[in-house]
Design a protein around this ligand. Structure first.
Ligand SMILES: [Fe+2]
Ligand SMILES: [Fe+2]
Length: 266
């Protein structure tokens, strides 16, 4: 898994061009706080300069999008209790997704949201999220446990796809930009990515693996195919290329992680 993440990073990193309507106020806010908005930190996938101002808006996107993960993960933790699952699996999924929900809020508010605020003096808002506001009304429990189980499985796969992109592409790229910026705010983001975000996102991929091995694989090929396609639908939400079958197999791994691993308690 570790090796796979390093050897198969997706090279391209799409950063929105951002309209002048967003960029101009962003440049003003950075200047007000003594940050040069036009420092060059790199180039994006189409060769355009990534300035401090674009990087700042990117952190706002990260903050809002991570925060949007809080609602759906909180909802599927609760769906796991209404999905007709064996007690041990229901318990494990509830604890793991309930914890993931808190961690996504932590990434959104504590790591990227606070960095965004520190750079510009205004909070991020859900209009910057690539997933909308993270409302999870569609995950309200149904009276039929089979419906709940199916929703849980589908959302677990979509989230897993998103996590793989975060780990293999988004976080390494943000890290590189922070490195080149070499500013106390960016250096703090790097430390938090290393110590908090990466280890937690890696565990979120374990949740995805757990669902695969405990619920999907035993149910047969049709369910495996659905999990594969929903994973790629999640990656597509971030404009990332789909996994092929081999890479999917390596990502779900050979066995289910233990409940202790999912919670980071070894
Ligand atoms: Fe996250
Ligand atoms: Fe995550």
């Amino acid at each position: 898994m570790q090796e796979d993440q390093q050897s198969q990073q997706d090279p391209a990193f799409r950063i929105p061009p951002f309209s002048a309507r967003l960029l101009e106020p962003a440049r003003g806010r950075l200047s007000d706080r003594g940050i040069d908005p036009d420092q060059r930190l790199g180039v994006d996938e189409v060769g355009a300069e990534i300035t401090t101002a674009r990087f700042y808006l990117l952190l706002g996107i990260f903050a809002a999008s991570e925060k949007a993960g809080q609602g759906p993960t909180y909802a599927i933790a609760r769906l796991a209790l209404r999905a007709g699952l064996p007690r041990e699996i229901a318990d494990t999924l509830f604890l793991a997704y309930n914890q993931q929900s808190a961690e996504e809020a932590g990434h959104g508010d504590k790591v990227f949201g606070n960095a965004y605020y520190s750079m510009g003096g205004v909070p991020t808002d859900s209009s910057l999220s690539v997933f909308g506001d993270g409302g999870a009304e569609f995950l309200e429990p149904d009276s039929d446990p089979r419906v709940n189980r199916q929703r849980l499985e589908e959302v677990a796969a979509v989230l897993g796809g998103i996590e793989t992109v975060a780990l293999q592409r988004a976080l390494p790229n943000v890290n590189g930009l922070c490195e080149r910026w070499n500013h106390p705010i960016g250096n703090d983001v790097m430390t938090q990515i290393r110590d908090v975000v990466r280890p937690e996102e890696s565990r979120h991929v374990l949740n995805y693996r757990y669902v695969f091995h405990r619920l999907i694989a035993p149910a047969g090929q049709r369910q495996i195919d659905a999990y594969f396609h929903a994973t790629n639908a999640g990656r597509m939400q971030l404009d990332a290329p789909p996994l092929d079958r081999d890479r999917f197999a390596r990502t779900v791994g050979a066995t289910a992680p233990t409940a202790a691993q999912l919670l980071g308690k070894r």
